[in-house]
Design a protein around this ligand. Structure first.
Ligand code: GLU
Length: 312
């Protein structure tokens, strides 16, 4: 099994970005292994970034377990929370000032508006309670990636800060996002296309495939879409390898990259491993967690070489 992180010979920079909200499962193992292989084949650098922004669900014990399980698989990274590196900190909960600067820039450039809609407002505007409603939050405001969320009906779009000549506070008077949700205003009908290095050409339409999405939650936490795009750009990531459940998030993140003046990285989405009923694996599938497979005596080779069903 490969064990060393060799010195980079190219400018390729990839990343592993686990969320410490549960134990990693065999699907994560496959995706992270692909990320490691692609970085190695490119002679590049692989970094580890801990995506622990969700204050309710992130746990130190899962962060430690993720690093430990990935090392056990044979995956090595050159920069990360345990190694340091030129783009430290590699833990999202320590990077608020970077996200705040990005939020300010988006606001000043007319991309954001504050949204007062409650979960109830959104449910009634959308017709019915939606599965993705989160207790204690609003529809659409997840920190965890949520690719298929209902399209925001646009109720608060009129709050867009585009007209500094109007009376009242202007974007430059607003210093912090606290106390309210902030949404990114997508241009309805805008086509977002990208070439996926694994799945080929992809095409999404703003306003149809996804709507105005939350970039900052009213409890003071930046969203996954904002934090991920900003980190990939500021950490110099040249290729993002992740699961195909995040394809629409990629389309949203491309819009953030462009709005902030970044060049988006290349993309490689891995097909998702499914269980014997064809359902996507989730952290609740305890028996397929790397932890329990290790405890049952399976080896990295058993896990990486097994024939597993994938979606699509
Ligand atoms: N932290 C995210 C997750 O574990 C993945 C984000 C990404 O790879 O962009 O689902």
């Amino acid at each position: 099994m490969a064990s060393l992180a060799p010195a980079p010979t190219s400018g390729y920079r990839g990343r592993l970005a686990p969320s410490p909200t549960g134990y990693l499962h065999v699907g994560h193992a496959r995706t992270f292994w692909t990320a490691w292989l692609r970085a190695r084949e490119a002679g590049g650098t692989l970094i580890m970034r801990m995506e622990d922004l969700d204050p309710d669900r992130s746990k130190a014990i899962y962060a430690e377990a993720a690093l430990d399980d990935l090392r056990w698989l044979g995956i090595r990274w050159l920069e990360g929370p345990d190694k340091g590196g030129p783009f430290a900190p590699y833990v999202q909960s320590k990077r608020y000032s970077i996200y705040l600067a990005a939020w300010r820039k988006l606001l000043r450039n007319g991309w954001l508006y504050p949204c007062r809609c409650s979960r109830k407002d959104l449910e009634s505007a959308l017709g019915a309670p939606h599965e993705s409603s989160q207790p204690g939050g609003q529809v659409n405001d997840k920190i965890e990636p949520l690719d298929d969320e209902p399209i925001y009906p646009g109720t608060c779009r009129q709050n867009l800060w585009r007209a500094p000549q109007l009376p009242g506070p202007t974007a430059s008077d607003i210093e912090t996002p606290d106390g309210i949700n902030w949404r990114f205003h997508v241009r309805d009908g805008e086509v977002v296309e990208f070439y996926d290095q694994n799945l080929g050409p992809q095409r999404y339409v703003a306003g149809e495939d996804f709507g105005d999405f939350v970039v900052w939650r009213r409890d003071g936490v930046p969203s996954y879409q904002l934090a991920c795009a900003v980190d990939d750009a500021t950490m110099g990531i040249t290729e993002v390898v992740r699961g195909a459940d995040l394809l629409k998030s990629t389309a949203r993140q491309i819009l953030i990259h462009r709005a902030l003046g970044y060049t988006p990285p290349a993309w490689y989405h891995c097909k998702l491993v499914v269980d014997h009923n064809g359902r996507r694996l989730a952290k609740r599938h305890d028996s397929l967690s790397l932890r329990s497979m290790r405890q049952r005596g399976l080896t990295p080779m058993n896990i990486l070489a097994a024939e597993l069903p994938v979606e699509g």
